[in-house]
Design a protein around this ligand. Structure first.
Ligand code: ADP
Ligand code: MG
Length: 228
């Protein structure tokens, strides 16, 4: 469960102060999915970095299951990141020299599982996202849609509390591949096993959202679900 109160993030750019997030309040229940749609530069990635404990807000609190990520020590924060937060970065960002299975298993290293268990769980996670036939391929041998599936498996293999995805369908130019990946995301959202927050500029993906909000210049507005 996420509970954000008055989250503001300012960056200094030369002599200018950029207010990337401006007083965000947000509640997402356990197992809920929120999709945040907004144009470029509206603050989406900043919001995800703050939800993921990669950055701290300038003001406000970011409670994950009652713990305020804004004020934790760095060591407790990195533990929470490793155990409880699955992040699907923009474009996936797989490690080029590792196979799909090695990429996914690497997410389990901080959890101190035995190598054999890491290996097995990685195989299962890849199976779950439809990449079970590509375990031993390196990223360069996969198409972009399959790389995104591997990145998704890497985020969910540790069974995190929350999954955060930054523009998961961006750059998937093939409409069939993009729809297939959106189908997979939608199926996972409705399973309710994780709390999801997804930011996107893709209206077709936003239309599938169980709950949709709109980001504009650093502020978040709840929006009714739009049916296509
Ligand atoms: P989005 O992901 O919606 O495109 P961002 O969160 O990346 O938006 O950026 C929101 C605003 O904050 C933009 O004006 C961007 O230039 C600014 N910004 C983001 N990160 C930084 C940073 N590290 N330093 C300075 N400005 C930043
Ligand atoms: Mg962004």
């Amino acid at each position: 469960m996420y509970h954000l109160t008055d989250v503001t993030k300012c960056y200094r750019r030369g002599s200018e102060l950029v207010r990337a997030l401006d007083g965000i309040g947000l509640y997402v229940e356990d197992g809920g999915t929120l999709v945040v749609r907004g144009p470029a530069d509206s603050g989406k990635s900043t919001l995800l970095r703050i939800l993921g404990g990669l950055e701290r807000p300038t003001h406000g609190s970011v409670e994950l299951d009652g713990t305020d990520l804004a004020t934790l020590t760095e060591s407790r924060l990195s533990r929470i990141r490793a155990e409880s937060i699955g992040l699907v970065p923009r474009r996936g960002d797989l490690t080029p020299g590792l196979t799909a299975r090695q990429n996914v298993a690497s997410a389990l290293v901080p959890l101190r599982l035995r190598p054999a268990d890491r290996w097995e769980l990685a195989g299962e996670a890849l199976e779950e996202v439809g990449a079970g036939g590509r375990l031993d391929r390196i990223p360069a041998e996969l198409d972009e849609a399959m790389r995104r599936r591997v990145a998704l498996a890497r985020a969910l293999v540790k069974r995190p509390t929350v999954l955060l995805a930054d523009q998961p369908t961006a750059g998937l130019d093939d409409p069939g591949a993009r729809d297939g990946f959106a189908d997979l995301l939608e199926r996972l959202w409705w399973q309710g096993r994780f709390t999801w927050i997804v930011v996107t500029e893709d209206d077709a993906l936003a239309r599938r959202a169980p709950r949709l909000a709109t980001m504009s210049r650093g502020t978040l507005t709840a929006a009714p679900r739009t049916h296509g």
